[in-house]
Design a binder for this molecule. Structure first.
Ligand SMILES: Cc1cc2nc3c(=O)[nH]c(=O)nc-3n(C[C@H](O)[C@H](O)[C@H](O)COP(=O)(O)OP(=O)(O)OC[C@H]3O[C@@H](n4cnc5c(N)ncnc54)[C@H](O)[C@@H]3O)c2cc1C
Ligand SMILES: NC(=O)c1ccc[n+]([C@@H]2O[C@H](COP(=O)([O-])OP(=O)(O)OC[C@H]3O[C@@H](n4cnc5c(N)ncnc54)[C@H](O)[C@@H]3O)[C@@H](O)[C@H]2O)c1
Length: 461
């Protein structure tokens, strides 16, 4: 028997449940298929647990620095790792349960647990051949997300490496955590575990960490992390692993330094891959690129009429806010007669090391590469009053402006509250504002964001 719905959504991550809600309100029957945990990556193994861990790590760091503020802590500080992880798990559980309760309250939505696979352009098999069921709908929305990519490093099968998911199951601080990959995932875990007491080495194949950022931003973050005691091995070309009496030997074959790093645990954080390899896309004729990302147009429609792809699996964003924006685009175009497009959004994201990096639009290097003649306004956090008052004056802020039109092209704020303050530049960019408009805006004293109009007035070619 084939159950029929008005719509099928595969994946209860960041776009699927919200779309189910909109369709439900419009009176449509919806099958929402989820094979694992409601909330997907962000809620269960991504944003939420990591930002909760970052908060514990920040508390430990601040406690160690208490004397800088004239505060004494008798007997030193300790880390109760089971309590740290219990806090992480509670935040995750509460969020997941909240999502589940929200879905259960939707009258026309049926949550079906199981793995979904296309058997035709309008039909999906949930579960295996024997025990599964077939469902069909004229509208299908894919929100299948991604997972950690584990390259075929020599020896990787012999060492049981950690990913962003399994590292959250640890009950104790690793003695020496080797983090392979010096980018968003790797650096957030590296700093958190360092502050919670682990020795940490980051191994990166490129010549610098977070290579998507401008060199000065990348260097400032490297410097901050190194001063906290994190070791870096850059230009690591031939990474290989072998079991070792002390845990794991990681061959790094770098140009300089020891050829091996011996650690107790290895976290692999070298990128993500979309969950599209086991979705039966061929049965529906849905096109992907060579890395498995579903090909979509500017309104997130696939090449097959009636099928859309939202979130990480379409390769047009890799963040929770881009997945959610995908939902808004699809829902408003379909239900409200809107004309929203992916290319209308200004790229933005945070890197939640401490101090955090907030980013929007183009980096300086990107703007130059795209042929813009640019001007840049810049200031070190040591010259930002609020950062100095907080005793957190590490980092920098900068604004990139098109020299010909005076339009704001991008911004970076690495410093206390940088993840929040960046929205002041982001919102101006969404409105297509010029640096002159930003310069005339009055911001609240004393804040980090207060300096944004000042910098907009100091831009140089
Ligand atoms: C460690 C880490 C930290 C992160 N931190 C941040 C952050 O601070 N800010 C930020 O914006 N982003 C962050 N991200 C990225 C963010 O988590 C993702 O961009 C976001 O979760 C993508 O949402 P999604 O809905 O596309 O996919 P997911 O959240 O991955 O959801 C996809 C869902 O589909 C299900 N599914 C897959 N295939 C099938 C199938 N065949 N049948 C049924 N169900 C299926 C999966 O089980 C999953 O529940 C982080 C990611 C990681 C790994
Ligand atoms: N704060 C956030 O919003 C946040 C946090 C975590 C993750 N994410 C999302 O998750 C995605 C994946 O993050 P990520 O950090 O895993 O990947 P990434 O693609 O951002 O970076 C991978 C890093 O690993 C390095 N690398 C690649 N292959 C390697 C190899 N063989 N050996 C050593 N180093 C290697 C790359 O040079 C790069 O520095 C990001 O693109 C981001 O969108 C977002």
């Amino acid at each position: 028997m084939m159950r029929r719905f008005d719509a099928i959504i595969v994946g209860a991550g960041q776009a699927g449940p919200a779309l189910a809600g909109r369709l439900n309100d419009a009176g449509k029957t919806v099958a929402l298929v989820e094979r694992h945990l409601v909330g997907g990556t962000c809620v269960n193994t991504g944003c939420k647990p990591t930002k909760t861990l970052v908060a514990s790590a920040y508390a430990a760091h601040l406690a160690r620095r208490a004397a800088d503020y004239g505060v004494t802590i008798a007997g030193g500080i300790g880390i109760d790792m089971p309590a740290v992880f219990a806090r992480v798990q509670k935040v995750v559980r509460d969020s997941r349960h909240g999502n589940e309760a929200w879905l259960e309250g939707m009258e026309h939505v049926t949550l079906i647990r199981g793995h979904a696979r296309f058997t035709g352009p309008d039909r999906i098999r949930v579960g295996d051949e024997r025990d599964g069921e077939d469902i069909t709908a004229p509208l299908i929305f894919l929100n299948v997300g991604g997972r950690a990519s584990i390259p075929d490093f020599p020896g990787v099968d012999a060492i049981d490496p950690l990913t962003n998911s399994s590292i959250l199951q640890l009950q104790a601080v690793p003695r020496h955590l080797i983090v392979v990959g010096g980018s968003y995932i790797g650096l957030e875990f590296a700093q958190s575990f360092r502050r919670l007491g682990a020795q940490v080495t980051v191994i990166e194949k490129g010549p610098r960490i977070i290579a998507r950022e401008d060199e000065d931003v990348s260097a400032a973050i490297h410097d901050i992390l190194e001063k906290e005691g994190i070791a870096f091995r850059l230009d690591a070309e031939c990474i290989a692993f072998a079991p070792h009496p002390d845990g794991v030997a990681c061959g790094v074959s770098c140009a300089n330094g020891e050829p091996q790093v011996i650690g107790s645990h290895v976290l692999i954080a070298v990128g993500r891959r979309p969950n599209t390899d086991d979705l039966g896309l061929d049965a529906a004729g849905i096109e992907t690129d060579e890395r498995g990302y579903i090909q979509v147009d500017d309104k997130l429609a696939t090449n097959v009429p009636g099928i859309w792809a939202m979130g990480d699996c379409n390769g047009r964003g890799a963040f929770t806010h881009t997945a959610y924006n995908d939902f808004e685009i699809v829902a408003e175009n379909m239900l409200d007669g809107a004309d929203r497009k992916v290319t209308d959004r200004v790229p933005c994201y945070g890197l939640f090391v401490d101090p955090p990096l907030g980013r929007c639009g183009m980096s300086e290097a990107e703007a130059r590469a795209k042929g813009h003649r640019i001007k840049v306004g810049q200031r070190a956090m040591s010259r930002v009053g609020r950062a100095v008052e907080k005793g957190e004056a590490l980092g920098l802020m900068k604004i990139v402006v098109d020299a010909d039109s005076d339009r704001i092209l991008g911004g970076a704020i690495l410093g206390p509250g940088g993840d929040e303050a960046i929205h002041s530049i982001l919102d101006m960019m969404q409105l297509g504002a010029t640096a002159a408009t930003l310069r005339r805006t009055v911001h609240i004293h004393p804040t980090v964001a207060e300096l944004i109009p000042t910098i907009a007035g100091e831009i140089k070619g």
